[in-house]
Design a protein around this ligand. Structure first.
Ligand SMILES: C[S@@+](CC[C@H](N)C(=O)[O-])C[C@H]1O[C@@H](n2cnc3c(N)ncnc32)[C@H](O)[C@@H]1O
Length: 150
C-alpha cells in the first residue's frame, strides 16, 4: 500500500469518537494530564487536529513526527477530519469542558530519539510512538529528550 493511502486510512480510523470507549479514555487522559499553554506531542501522526481539542489550556502545540506524510496530512486535511473533530468536540463539551480550545500548531519533521530544537514546553505527551522505537536504547533516548523539553 502506498504510504499516503496508509496515512489517509489511519487518520480517518484511528479515532472515530462514535461511542468508542478507547477514544473517550484517550481524550480523558489528555484532558487530565496535558496541562499548560505550550504542549509537545511526540510522534503526533496525522491525527493532531483531533487530539489537540482535548488539551485543557494549550495556546501553542509543537507536534513532531518523523514521517513527512503524517505532517502533510495533518496540515492540509483538517477538512477531511471534520466529522471526527465535530464528534470529538461534542464528547469534550458533554463530558469534560464547554471551553473551546484552538491552539496554534507548529509541525516539526524530526526523530524523537534525537535532540531536536523544540524549545521548552509545559507538557509533553506521546501516544503510540515510544513503543515502536525498536530498541530499549531508543526508548530511553526518547524519554530523556522528552524531559529536556520540559
Ligand atoms: C501509532 S502512531 C500514533 C500517532 C498519533 N500519536 C496518534 O495517537 O494517532 C505512531 C507515530 O509515531 C511516529 N514515530 C515513530 N517513530 C518515530 C520517531 N523515531 N520519531 C518521530 N516520530 C516517530 C510515527 O510516524 C507515527 O506517526
Amino acid at each position: 500500500m502506498d504510504i499516503k493511502e496508509y496515512v489517509h486510512g489511519y487518520a480517518l480510523t484511528a479515532y472515530s469518537f462514535d461511542g468508542n470507549a478507547e477514544d473517550n479514555t484517550v481524550a480523558e487522559l489528555i484532558y487530565k494530564n496535558v496541562k499548560g499553554k505550550k504542549v509537545l506531542d511526540l510522534g503526533c501522526g496525522p491525527t493532531e487536529p483531533v487530539l489537540n481539542i482535548f488539551y485543557p489550556e494549550a495556546k501553542e502545540v509543537v507536534a513532531v513526527d518523523r514521517l513527512q506524510e503524517n505532517i502533510s496530512f495533518a496540515k492540509n486535511n483538517e477538512r477531511l477530519l471534520g466529522g471526527i473533530i465535530e464528534r470529538a468536540m461534542a464528547y469534550k463539551q458533554g463530558h469534560l469542558s464547554k471551553m473551546g480550545v484552538k491552539p496554534k500548531v507548529r509541525y516539526v519533521l524530526g526523530d524523537v530519539t534525537k535532540r531536536l530544537k523544540l524549545g521548552k514546553s509545559d507538557s509533553a505527551m506521546q501516544i503510540g510512538c515510544f513503543g515502536c522505537l525498536g530498541t530499549r536504547k531508543n526508548f530511553e533516548l526518547a524519554v530523556k529528550n522528552a524531559y529536556r523539553y520540559l
